[in-house]
Design a protein around this ligand. Structure first.
Ligand code: SAM
Length: 273
């Protein structure tokens, strides 16, 4: 395992999406649900070791149905419990990737028998080596809503909300943007991205399970500084490395399949000359 060659405590941020325990396997192979936690454990130990004391581990993982049954597997929750209770990670926050364009699946339950609804989120466990990892939400502010902009302009009468929250005058101060929620909304087709266009031009198939650039971009800005090292140990097309580079971070990426490593060069225009 390449992780074994990385010095202890040298990595500020790990953003990754390992193969999920899917019922219908992807072309690069997926681990069985019942084996998943044991399969991931050696990676988890190394990930914990290589992270700096203020480092974060951001793990994107999809849920899955139990084979032949309209019930959900608990494998990703078991994984989270193992990471916290056996490896020693702290759960800094559970975040979600909301993909409104996700296809309805499994067809049997959702579109044929119509007894389940469309699944549109994936889990993004934000884990850390300590309860206080490096983080600054001022670096990921979003645009204020129209209501909030109006409020800042016109002012707000301090009052207690029915919920018990006290809304003070500080509320109307313009702090440069809204604090983002723990739901990151983005499709994963990114059909206009440079990577997809370059794959088409080169006659190559894009990686079949990319996450959207917005995902690593958000966490790299939020949880690391310029010059820090960002690692993706299941890199696929190396979305993480390309975004890290564009944000002036150093990066490392590991991938099992040589064809994906070769194809990931298309994310870096400079290599194409
Ligand atoms: C879900 S994909 C990651 C996609 C990536 N986030 C992207 O945006 O392109 C998971 C990747 O992990 C790779 N993989 C599976 N087992 C691995 C291992 N033991 N070490 C490194 N990579 C592995 C697979 O080949 C696959 O490309």
């Amino acid at each position: 395992m390449l992780l074994g060659q990385i010095p202890t405590g040298s990595i500020q941020l790990i953003v990754t999406s390992p193969p999920y325990a899917l019922h219908f396997k992807k072309e690069y192979g997926n681990v069985e649900k019942r084996e998943y936690v044991d399969w991931f454990k050696p990676f988890a130990r190394e990930i914990f070791r290589v992270l700096s004391p203020e480092g974060s581990f951001v793990l994107n993982i999809g849920g899955s149905y139990n084979p032949g049954s309209p019930t959900r597997s608990l494998y990703h929750f078991k994984l989270l419990i193992m990471l916290c209770e056996e490896i020693g990670f702290h759960l800094a926050q559970e975040c979600f990737w909301y993909n409104p364009a996700k296809l309805p699946s499994p067809a049997e339950w959702v579109t044929v028998r119509r007894i389940r609804i469309k699944d549109s989120i994936e889990y993004v466990w934000w884990l850390a080596k300590s309860p206080f990892p490096k983080a600054d939400n001022r670096r990921v502010l979003t645009e204020y809503s129209a209501d909030m902009k109006r409020l800042i302009e016109r002012g707000y009468r301090a009052k207690d909300r029915p919920s018990g929250h006290k809304i003070t005058h500080k509320f109307q101060k313009n702090l440069g943007g809204a604090i983002p929620t723990n739901v990151i909304e983005r499709g994963n087709n990114e059909s206009n991205s440079g990577y997809i266009k370059r794959c088409a031009d080169a006659g190559q198939k894009p990686h079949p399970a990319r996450f959207p650039a917005a995902l690593p971009e958000f966490f790299i800005n939020f949880l690391s500084d310029s010059g820090n090292i960002v690692l993706d140990p299941f890199a696929g097309s190396n979305t993480t490395g390309a975004i890290a580079e564009s944000l002036d971070r150093r990066w490392l990426a590991f991938e099992n399949e040589a064809r994906y490593v070769e194809n990931s060069r298309l994310r870096f225009e400079g290599f194409l000359a």
